[in-house]
Write a protein that binds this ligand. Structure first.
Ligand SMILES: [Zn+2]
Length: 250
């Protein structure tokens, strides 16, 4: 087995998703939907690595998409891999800090959907046209008006030219929705728990209040804003990877 995750992605995507990649290369769509069961069938160890360390593993999927040679000059530079149909689903009330940073599926009803907005991203992917290196650039400490970016390949180290790949504008369309446990899922008299879910890019606008949805994503937290106390409390939120909308009243 190949231990380089980008090479592993490349093998799996080539063998299972070739037709889908060809179709995407000729379209303006930006998501390649990959069923978790397909990954599990190809490589169970890799699939469980994805559940445990989703951000790192999905990051290497971007590099893999770039490496895959497609016919003619088609390319998948802007495409993101989105995992669907995760095993098991959680109610919001079941979530706790043990699930932070893991890839999980949650189910519930949308109670609120904010307006879409433009959000600054914290990192972007660039291709160095000098040496072919694909690298993830932290954007939190660069001047966005005049970015001084250096190729991460130490033998190269040049300041461009770069071809911008994923998130290179530094902005992405985002939307916050609030999900609530469905009343039919909890005991009578127990107040339903809620969770904020962040949708990005082509997931924005895919869910409205009243819809019952399943969201696959990564559980994250931020410290609770309180000046008075030095408490270690935190609030959970959910960074979505893909979404299945079952519609109203289901
Ligand atoms: Zn370079």
């Amino acid at each position: 087995m190949n231990s380089d995750p980008a090479a592993r992605w490349e093998e799996i995507l080539r063998s299972r998703y070739w037709d889908e990649m060809l179709a995407l290369a000729g379209s303006d769509m930006s998501s390649l939907y990959v069923k978790f069961s397909d990954l599990e069938r190809c490589d169970p160890e890799f699939a469980s690595e994805l559940l445990e360390r989703p951000e790192k593993t999905l990051g290497s999927a971007g590099a893999a998409l770039h490496q895959i040679d497609l016919p003619k000059d088609a390319h998948l530079d802007r495409v993101q891999v989105r995992i669907t149909e995760l095993p098991g689903r959680f109610r919001i009330g079941q979530l706790n800090s043990a699930y932070i940073d893991r890839l999980i599926a949650i189910e519930g009803r949308v109670v609120k959907a904010d307006k879409a907005r433009s959000k600054r991203v914290s990192s972007a992917v660039f291709l160095c046209l000098r040496c072919g290196n694909v690298f993830l650039q932290d954007l939190t400490r660069v001047d966005r008006a005049d970015p001084d970016i250096k190729c991460s390949n130490h033998e190269c180290g040049r300041r461009g030219p770069f071809r911008p790949l994923i998130n290179s504008s530094g902005y992405v369309t985002a939307q916050k929705i609030r999900m609530q446990e469905s009343l039919e899922d909890i005991k009578e008299g127990v107040p339903p728990r809620e969770l904020d879910v962040e949708l990005e890019d082509d997931l924005v606008g895919r869910a409205s209040p009243g819809d019952r949805i399943i969201v696959n994503g990564i559980l994250k937290f931020y410290p609770r804003k309180s000046q008075a106390s030095k408490s270690t409390d935190f609030d959970l939120f959910f960074k979505s990877i893909s979404l299945e909308n079952k519609g109203v009243g289901v």
